[in-house]
Unconditional design. Structure first.
Length: 93
């Protein structure tokens, strides 16, 4: 399996598995916010892995550019989800 295939596999698995911890909890509870933080962490780690691996190449091509763009957007979304959940948990006390 090539390096890009591994990165795409990890990225896809993180996109599919990230919302699973959130499902059993009711919206607005402390457990829900903690599960959202885990969801953001999984998204951020998976997209960071894909982004870091793709940025090592000098010539990316169309597929590489698309993977860089989508993983950068997902990294920002996952990081903001993580930070927002932690801030909410700290404010809720």
């Amino acid at each position: 399996m090539s390096g890009r295939a591994k990165r795409v596999l990890v990225y896809t698995a993180s996109l599919l598995a990230a919302p699973l911890p959130v499902m059993p909890y009711e919206k607005g509870t402390r457990e829900f916010m903690l599960a959202l933080a885990v969801c953001g962490l999984v998204l951020a780690l998976g997209s960071f892995y894909a982004l870091r691996g793709e940025l090592k190449h000098k010539a990316l091509g169309l597929l590489g550019n698309k993977l860089v763009a989508s993983s950068a957007i997902t990294l920002l979304f996952g990081a903001s989800l993580l930070v927002g959940s932690v801030v909410y948990l700290l404010r809720a006390g």
